[in-house]
Each structure stands twice: as structure tokens, then as C-alpha cells.
Design a protein around this ligand. Structure first.
Ligand SMILES: [Zn+2]
Length: 409
């Protein structure tokens, strides 16, 4: 059975066929860099890291971009609080973000693209949208006219009437309630950029289309991010991009991760309800965090629970021991017949991953084999693992556990 993914746009499972044979272009919404990343980010980025790893295992070349929102009001506010320039604040947290993801074993990202490096492209896109009459000016800035884009609401499955009921800022100058900002005018004294339409700052949504169109062209394969970004952020991205390029679809597969909650509420910086990745890594290993998040299907929302997390420690140890035993026989045997038990594991693993990245079931398959290997005698293990190192390694590296030499028994 081929890989099938759930597409938010069609609300169906679809067979995964990239636009260009052998290559997958994937863009995942990155953080706004005004603070350290929290475990909600960890859950999201660990999942897309596993997606990238699995696609590579299937033989695809994967171009994986995460954008860094380094132009945002929250950064300007933080810079005032910390008494630093906004560029210093953004640089500090960008570096911290990349470092934290690395510590979690998220190392498949081809490019972390900083929004501030794409100002000319954003300005060009906004200008084109004005010329094509998809955008209009008000005293506040430039807005996208959602009534001109007939497919607006298609990703979030909302009708025009439903969109009109959305509680958003009531601005009498806006033509439609759902119209969103492309460019905000700012005073000379405020932080901003000069543009043909005056001094200002880009809207959040246009940052992503500027980056993705620059690197991926008019159309690409996968756009990811947490489910809360579907509306208005991703809806706005489709409208901007397709209106700008005249090409549809902008993105072939929309894949969204469920929320991580703490005590019944969403984990978010804005509410102060969060645990940073840094603090979590003081207490838990990155392998434990990876297995914990991957033990729930990615689309489900999850409530962070330390007791449940700690219960998984023995499972992580079991997988680490399995890997250690496999490494022991790595160089001894090379290209003989792979053991039938390992072949079965490889088949089970692939069939679960092909069902919309069913990581909980894929991990269960690894654990079943690990339990067997870890309790077998050395002679049995040698017989089982000889010639199977590459197969086991490719399965375990898809889950992306951080390899530690101490596992080598
Ligand atoms: Zn985004």
C-alpha cells in the first residue's frame, strides 16, 4: 500500500504523489522569535522531522523549509522590555530556537528562512496584488480583498456567511470583515521599512508566501503547521499566492498537527501556560520527548501529562537497548539475507507509516521486536541481527532517536 496522507483541504486521505517525481518540497510554519520555544513547538517540529525522515527513507529528496518570523509586534514589545534592539532580540531567540530543535534531534531542516531577508519579495507581491485589484489601500495600510478570491474559505471549509460572522477587528474602512492586512503603515519614528507605498511593516501572512514562492515556485507539495493556523493564516496564504501567481493549487497537501494542551488549555506563550523545551530537556531526554509525542497520532490534540511521559521511560530504554545490540553486530556481517523477523518488522513499520504517519502503531511494532531481541540469548541475537543492521538502522533513524554511544553494549 502506498503512502496516504490526510489533506485538510479535501478532508480525505489521499495517495501521496509529489508534483516533481522523486522530490518533495515541504514548508512548515515556524516560530515568532521573541521567546524560547515550548513543548507545543516540540510536538509540531518533531512530527514534521519524522515526516521528512520517512520521505527520505522512501527515496525522495526532501527540501524542508521552516520560516522564522523575525518581524512582528511581539518582538518590538520585547525589545522595549529588554532594552535591546529588535534585531538583537530576534537574533537571540532565532539562535536559541535552532539550538533547541537540534537538541531534540530535529535535523532534517534544509533552511530556516528569516522573514526579514525577503522584504523585496513581499513588497513585489503586494504591489502585484494592488495592480491586479486583489488589494486596496486604507489609512491603516494595504488589505487583501477576500471578496475577489472566490475560493476564500475552502481550506477551513467556511462559507461566506460563516466568514462574515467571525469576530475580528471591526474596521469601517475594510470592504469585507475577513479582509486581512498585507502591509501596515507606521510613523517615521517607529521601526519599519521604506517601500513604494510608504513606511511600514509587512503582514504576517505575506511573509510566508514571499519565502515559499522564492524557494519553491508557484506550487509545492506539503504545507504544515499546527491546526490553529488553518484560519486565517493558511487561508490567507492560499489567497495571496494564487491571486499573485494565477496558479492553482498553491499547495498540494495541507497537513496539520493537533494542539498540545496543559491543564485543559492550549500551550501558548501568549497565555503564559507553557513549558520551554530548555526546561523540559533538564528533566527528560530528547528520546523520551520524541517517543512521548510520537505515541499519540499527530492530528489528535494532546494534554501534556508528566506521569504518562515518565511511564514511557522503560519503552525508550528498550528501544535504545535494541539499537545497541544491533550496533554490536553492525560491522560483523554485511550483505546477507535479512532475518525474517526483521523483515516482518520492516513491513509492519512501513504499513503503519503509510497510513497517514501512524507513529504510535509504528513505535509499537519496534517495541514488540525490541522486547524479543532484548530478552534473547547472545547467540540468538547474533543470529537474528546479523545482516539486518541496515534495515533496523533505517527504521530507527526514521523515528529519529538521538544516538548515544553508551547504548553500544
Ligand atoms: Zn506561517
Amino acid at each position: 500500500m502506498p503512502l496516504e496522507v490526510y489533506n485538510t483541504y479535501s478532508r480525505r486521505l489521499e495517495v501521496f504523489t509529489p508534483i516533481t517525481e522523486g522530490m518533495v518540497k515541504m514548508f512548515v510554519c515556524g516560530p515568532t522569535v521573541y521567546d524560547y520555544l515550548h513543548l507545543g513547538h516540540a510536538r509540531t517540529y518533531i512530527f514534521y522531522d519524522v515526516v521528512a525522515r520517512y520521505l527520505k527513507q522512501l527515496g525522495y529528496k526532501v527540501l524542508f523549509i521552516i520560516n522564522i518570523t523575525d518581524i512582528d509586534d511581539k518582538i518590538f514589545e520585547k525589545s522595549k522590555k529588554e532594552g535591546k534592539s529588535w534585531k538583537e532580540v530576534a537574533a537571540k531567540y532565532t539562535e536559541a530556537c535552532i539550538e533547541d530543535l537540534k537538541r531534540l534531534g530535529v535535523d532534517t531542516v534544509t533552511l530556516f528562512a528569516k522573514a526579514s531577508a525577503y522584504l523585496p519579495q513581499m513588497i513585489q507581491q503586494i504591489q502585484a496584488l494592488l495592480e491586479k485589484d486583489y488589494a486596496y489601500k486604507t489609512s491603516k495600510g494595504i488589505f487583501f480583498d477576500t471578496s475577489k478570491f472566490s475560493a476564500f474559505g475552502a481550506l477551513s471549509h467556511q462559507s461566506r456567511a460563516e466568514l462574515a460572522l467571525r469576530k475580528i477587528d471591526l474596521d469601517p474602512e475594510k470592504k469585507n470583515p475577513a479582509d486581512f492586512l498585507l502591509w501596515r503603515n507606521v510613523a517615521e519614528s517607529e521601526e519599519g521599512y521604506d517601500s513604494p507605498f510608504g513606511r511600514g511593516r509587512p503582514g504576517w501572512h505575506i511573509e510566508d508566501t514571499a519565502i515559499s514562492i522564492t524557494h519553491f515556485g508557484y506550487s509545492y507539495d506539503v504545507h504544515g503547521g499546527a491546526v490553529e493556523l488553518i484560519y486565517p493564516h493558511h487561508e490567507a496564504e492560499i489567497a495571496q499566492a494564487e491571486a499573485y501567481t494565477g496558479h492553482t493549487p498553491f499547495v498540494k497537501y495541507w497537513i496539520h498537527t493537533g494542539l498540545l494542551k496543559v491543564g485543559g488549555e492550549k500551550m501558548a506563550k501568549s497565555t503564559g501556560n507553557y513549558i520551554t523545551i530548555r526546561d523540559a530537556l533538564e528533566k527528560y531526554s530528547s528520546n523520551l520527548l520524541r517517543i512521548y509525542f510520537l505515541s499519540t497520532k499527530y492530528r489528535r490534540s494532546m494534554v501534556f501529562n508528566q506521569d504518562e511521559l515518565l511511564k514511557l521511560r522503560s519503552r525508550v530504554k528498550s528501544i535504545e537497548k535494541f539499537w545497541g545490540r544491533c550496533c554490536k553486530f553492525a560491522s560483523k556481517y554485511e550483505d546477507g539475507e535479512v532475518n525474517s523477523k526483521i523483515k516482518i518488522l520492516a513491513r509492519r513499520f512501513a504499513s503503519h507509516m503509510n497510513q497517514d504517519f501512524n507513529t504510535p502503531a509504528a513505535i509499537k511494532a519496534i517495541l514488540d521486536t525490541a522486547d524479543y531481541i532484548n530478552t534473547a540469548t547472545v547467540a540468538e541475537v547474533e543470529n537474528l541481527l546479523k545482516n539486518s543492521y541496515k534495515t533496523v538502522a533505517s527504521i530507527l533513524s526514521t523515528i529519529g532517536l538521538v544516538v548515544d554511544n553508551s547504548w553500544r553494549l
